[in-house]
Design a protein around this ligand. Sequence first.
Ligand code: PLP
Length: 444
Amino acid sequence: MPDKAHGHEQVGTRRAFLKSTGTVAAGLALGGLSPGRAAAETLAVNGGPKAITYPDDRHSQASRWPLYRAAEEEAVLKLIRHPSYEPIGSLEEDWKTYTQSHYVKAHCNGTSALASMFFALDLPPGSEIMVPSYTFFATIVPMRLFGLVPVFVDINPLTLNLDLEDVKRRLTPNTRAILPVHWIGLPCDMDHIQAWADEKGLIVLEDAAHAQGAELKGRKMGTWARMGIFSFQGTKPLPAIEGGMGMYQQAADYERATTFGHYSVPGSFPGGSVYAKYNGTGLGVKFRMHPFSAALARCQLRGLDERNRAGAAQVRQLNDRLLHLPGLYEQTSGRKDMKRIYYSWNMLFINEKEAGMSRNACVRALRGEGVLTSAFSYRLQHKCPLYAESGWWHHKPMIPDLPGSEQANATAIPLPYFTSEVPELLDQYVKAFEKVWAHRRDLG
Ligand SMILES: Cc1ncc(COP(=O)(O)O)c(C=O)c1O
């Protein structure tokens, strides 16, 4: 379970501060129930009244996503009436401006942007890329198309992001690149990762599929590494139902990645490009984004910062009233020089020892109160059969033990990321947690 060694300093400090100022008692009383009343109320799993009385349909609607309105409908309708690829180029221009980037390429999804990125690396077969196992298949599997092999690295169970100390231990003679993932919108320490990679002569890449608008030191995620990608799939913070974007610092990478899946774009490369001659053939696949998706992404981009801001503010309103509970933690790196965003979940963790109850008992009781949560476990890639079969790979990936990833899966208590303002529901979530914590000795 998370402990101080895994980055609990900040949370611990905050708890100490709350205790010293008497804010714990105030928080309990303001959140929902006074400590005495919370203990007196019977848990819903034991036949008591539910803490959450919010209507079920409104509860599930509170995390509805994507939220499309008249602007999106009009944009798609316009394309039906006047079919055109124009939105793709316009989205690329908008995205360059938004991220302050020179080279971007819209793709049909994040997976195809990742495949193009691996192709653009042009590394000899057998080259290895360090990558967290705690990620979606698309961060890893397309490597094999180019003879690249993953080196699975662990995550910090409190950030759900790659653990640089573990990365350092797992460096191999064949390692050529490192690929961090900004999990559910929390920026990785790209400055520290880059500094170490420079020392070792490694290429830094970036999977920003979940991090549209997140920043570190005022710089957008997706623009830190030599190449990176975004996903605009329908659950993502910039939802286009399906879509993706490749990000490149260098013209040569942009041209090579683009030539792979865009047969008609090399004609636009400047004279002297070694890839211009492949206009009309490309290199074998077609990764063009659907213009409907580009149109949706352009509409959604207009409200992106405000949605991210409001969503993060609402998470704070909830978590700031929960984190005084013993053994309860949130996904955080503790860095003040970054702007995180949220995607899909507000991820909490339980330290069973400190909380005095098991995750399963806690989740069962929370669900009884009406909280939308589960004993969540994310699929770890290194445990999937694909990586154990040498036939799919240049050489068989090493299958390591990854205790941080296991710990994340044993301790996570995901809450919904509410995408509309629901103050009354937040009050009820606080009440549910306080009730369960007040009974934690019985549950334990
Ligand atoms: C971390 C990560 N990388 C890449 C992708 C791939 O994106 P797409 O679904 O657009 O292909 C996803 C999609 O969920 C993802 O979660």
